[in-house]
Design a binder for this molecule. Structure first.
Ligand SMILES: *[C@@H]1O[C@H](CO)[C@@H](O)[C@H](O)[C@H]1NC(C)=O
Ligand SMILES: *[C@@H]1O[C@H](CO)[C@@H](O)[C@H](O)[C@H]1NC(C)=O
Ligand SMILES: *[C@@H]1O[C@H](CO)[C@@H](O)[C@H](O)[C@H]1NC(C)=O
Ligand SMILES: *[C@@H]1O[C@H](CO)[C@@H](O)[C@H](O)[C@H]1NC(C)=O
Ligand SMILES: *[C@@H]1O[C@H](CO)[C@@H](O)[C@H](O)[C@H]1NC(C)=O
Ligand SMILES: *[C@@H]1O[C@H](CO)[C@@H](O)[C@H](O)[C@H]1NC(C)=O
Length: 725
């Protein structure tokens, strides 16, 4: 740029700043600019190979003349062409109104912040659960997982490429790590946060989720004396591409769309999305809209269900074209046993295991009491994480800390690598400890570290924070779809943590909990399936994962929730993912992408709302609506008030060419259920068969009933949950 011009612009900018300062009262004054996302129709002469220059000319033509010409090189923050057609631009309210009225503009809305879905950020290094039995079924070879997150620690040994093949020829992505090159594992990375910065991870979340999905095996991963073992992602031979769309405060919708736009253009196979806000209608939901385009391009999308449990109707990212993933515990515990002065003891958890803490005076919280040299029992009030509480107690001279699990957490315990001896006890034990402190003249406690134990039972148990159904936006689709490991998940971290942290950057690992952690497990499993079955649609992969899920825990009892009550399908979805079975489901429920349009019309979206989501004009004509139940989904959910459901489903044979399935439908007595035909005989690969499910019940008497529909052959059980609610 001509230096004189640049100077002129700088002067102009500062003048503008002065001018706005005198005019504006408050952030939303009519002349202050904020970021807007604009969805547009294709230009009249649009073709998919239209040049970006021509597309940008079209976008510019929709802006107020002053905005279009007055900014330096481009008025746009982002321009989009894959996830949506449209752009992000800073506008005043008046300018936004002008754009809204332009011919060719579908919708204009203000940008919004979406949080990351980690609830707890303790620190740990060591073993991770050995969930995927990938040795026999492939490790995701040739598959590219795109991760939308906070960036990645490019130098972490989890992203070494030893033994990796080069990326497939279709890969068109770029590598923007500055001086550091990408490799055959981490094949791409870019920041969509504005500016030309490398997508370095300053938060840790993205490094953790990426390595959970597809980190390579790292042997001898150990820290702070505990948890020595091999750390590995679910698909250790899959390639990774990082799209940095979040910082520590969250992720703007405009950047998320930009990340999806880039990932689709680059040619990823799987998108891993560990973020989400509140549930909003699909035509106002950047993730729902962008993932629709991704699904159309054959990209499988795994999304967090949200961390708003245990309340019901809290599930997020609930569009039927994505896999919605809830979180459960694994069978591993990092035992930190709390012993009270009266001899009672409780098994809590801590990831940092220093030498044992002798019996010391025990106090409840701060307040007037001196905490120096004492053990402090702390309530989690929601304003601070347990790690921050630990730091506070440590800085105040406390000798140890007992984290009192919240009532709503039930039997869940969450480990953390604290700065001091600590233990997180569950809500039931927390209540006993509170009582003891209240009733005892001289309460004392000690904490004994007891190492890492495996094989804890019952397992899995649903995490209290895992968001639950029924879905707000689409109650007739059972959500979440599935649960996977999301409590105390150990994966890569950019810096060493815990008392010996000192910002050292070296093969660090950390343990985090959240549906942010369960979603990338499913991204990795999807990569394994896609690698084995490259021609399967996203819906087919989802069906394989759901119909092979298990619903019984290690005691052969229905999977329990955090209160140790049977969880039910609005909490576990189809069940807990079984990665080794998902690769070979026998039958799949495929969904043609065209089916989603009449489904959206049937849900009550207007023509123009459906156009915003799908870019299809005039989609909801006569006879072009279907009910939610008619979507060929691998699960069934229906309102109890209807009293009956008759619906067809179609399965595709992906097992042996010649195979025979018979039906087994299990519902409580108050529901009359039948399936016709009761046997399906296949003679060819990919042969499709349609059957009819009929259910009737007392519309006023029955409030809630759950059961299942299973197609059983000598090799496969293809299970669909049924919920009447
Ligand atoms: C656009 O507006 C946002 C506030 O919404 C501001 O933070 C940002 O700096 C602006 N960007 C540009 C390029 O003007
Ligand atoms: C297509 O339309 C846009 C906007 O009207 C125009 O700027 C562009 O030159 C056209 N491109 C072609 C290839 O005709
Ligand atoms: C971890 O285990 C490996 C063998 O699996 C061993 O070589 C290594 O010394 C162990 N490290 C620690 C810190 O215990
Ligand atoms: C401590 O660990 C040992 C060995 O894993 C186990 O047998 C014991 O039950 C544990 N102690 C408690 C109080 O859980
Ligand atoms: C998962 O699938 C494997 C392979 O079919 C099976 O042996 C195993 O029992 C399943 N796991 C559970 C917990 O159901
Ligand atoms: C189900 O399929 C059968 C046979 O193809 C058809 O006759 C029937 O109308 C369909 N029923 C529904 C509810 O779509």
């Amino acid at each position: 740029m001509d230096p004189r011009l640049q100077l002129a612009l700088l002067v102009l900018a500062s003048l503008l700043a002065c001018a706005t300062a005198t005019v504006i009262h408050g952030r939303h004054g009519r002349s202050s600019r904020s970021t807007y996302i604009v969805h547009v129709r294709p230009p009249p002469n649009f073709s998919t190979d239209m040049s970006s220059t021509n597309l940008e000319t079209w976008y510019r033509s929709l802006l107020p003349p002053l905005v279009s010409t007055s900014r330096s090189d481009t008025p746009f923050i982002h321009t989009y062409r894959e996830a949506i057609l449209g752009f992000a631009v800073n506008l005043t309210k008046d300018e936004a109104e002008y754009v809204t009225k332009r011919h060719g503009v579908l919708t204009v809305y203000e940008d919004y912040l979406i949080p990351l879905l980690t609830t707890h950020t303790p620190e740990f290094l060591g073993l991770r659960s050995n969930e995927g039995a990938w040795s026999s079924i492939g490790m995701g070879e040739g598959i590219i997982i795109g991760v939308l997150d906070t960036g990645i620690d490019v130098s972490h040994s989890s992203f070494d490429d030893e033994g990796m093949k080069p990326p497939p020829a279709k890969w068109r992505g770029s590598c923007n790590f500055g001086d550091v090159n990408c490799n055959k594992k981490l094949i791409g990375g870019r920041s969509l946060l504005g500016g030309q910065f490398p997508p370095e991870d300053r938060v840790g979340h993205g490094t953790h989720t990426a390595s959970t999905a597809a980190g390579r095996s790292v042997e001898g991963a150990s820290v702070l004396g505990s948890g020595n073992g091999t750390a590995a992602g679910m698909a250790p031979h899959a390639h990774l591409a990082m799209y940095q769309v979040c910082n520590r405060f969250g992720c703007y919708a405009s950047d998320i769309i930009a990340g999806m736009d880039a990932a689709i253009a680059d040619g990823v196979d799987i998108l891993s999305i560990s973020l989400g806000g509140k549930s909003v209608p699909f035509h106002e939901d950047a993730i729902a809209i962008g993932t629709f385009s991704a699904m159309r391009k054959g990209i499988f999308v795994s999304c967090s269900a949200g961390n708003s449990g245990p309340l019901s109707s809290t599930v997020e990212n609930e569009a039927p074209w994505v896999l919605t993933v809830g979180a459960s515990t694994i069978d591993r515990k990092m035992e930190a046993i709390v012993k009270l002065g009266d001899g009672r003891s409780f098994v809590g958890e801590s990831a940092y295991q220093p030498s044992n803490l002798d019996s010391l005076p025990l106090v409840h919280e701060f307040g007037s009491e001196e905490v120096k040299g004492k053990v402090v029992a702390c309530d989690l009030d929601g304003s601070r994480t347990q790690l921050q509480l630990g730091e506070t107690v440590h800085d105040a001279g406390g000798a140890g800390m007992i984290v009192l699990g919240k009532e709503e957490g039930g039997h869940n315990t969450l480990a953390a690598a604290h700065m001091l001896p600590a233990s997180y006890v569950n809500a039931i034990d927390a209540a006993v400890i509170r009582q003891y402190i209240k009733n005892s003249d001289k309460p004392t406690a000690s904490i004994v570290f007891n190492g890492t134990s495996l094989g804890n039972t019952p397992s899995p148990v649903v995490a209290y924070f895992s968001s639950r159904g029924p879905s707000t936006q689409t109650p007739g689709i059972l959500k979440p779809d599935i649960i996977g490991p999301g409590v105390n998940v150990i994966a890569a971290w950019p810096v060493k943590v815990g008392p010996r942290a000192e910002g050292e950057k070296n093969m660090a690992f950390n343990t985090l909990s959240g549906t942010s952690m369960s979603a990338p497990h499913l991204s990795g499993i999807a990569a394994i399936i896609k690698s084995a079955h490259p021609d399967w649609s996203p819906a087919a992969i989802k069906s394989a994962i759901m119909t092979t899920a298990y619903v019984l825990d290690d005691n052969k009892k229905p999977i329990l929730d955090e209160k140790l009550n049977p969880a039910g399908h609005f909490i576990i979805g189809a069940g807990h993912v079984n990665s080794s079975q998902a690769i070979n489901p026998g039958l799949i429920y495929d969904t043609e992408e065209e089916q989603y349009i009449p489904y959206l019309c049937g849900l009550g979206y207007t023509e123009s709302e459906v156009e915003i989501i799908t870019n299809h004009k005039g989609a909801c004509g006569e006879g072009r609506k279907i009910s939610e139940a008619e979507l060929n989904y691998p699960s069934i959910a229906v309102a109890a008030s209807t009293g009956k459901l008759v619906v067809n489903r179609t399965v595709t044979n992906v097992g042996d060419e010649i195979s025979s399935y018979s039906v087994d439908i299990e519902m409580p007595k108050e529901v009359t259920a039948s399936v016709s035909p009761r046997k399906l005989e296949f003679t060819k690969a990919n042969e499709k068969k349609t059957f009819t499910v009929s259910l009737t019940w007392d519309a006023t008497g029955t409030k809630h009933a759950e059961g299942s529909l299973r197609w059983v052959s000598d090799k496969h059980v293809v299970r669909s949950p049924i919920v009447i609610f």
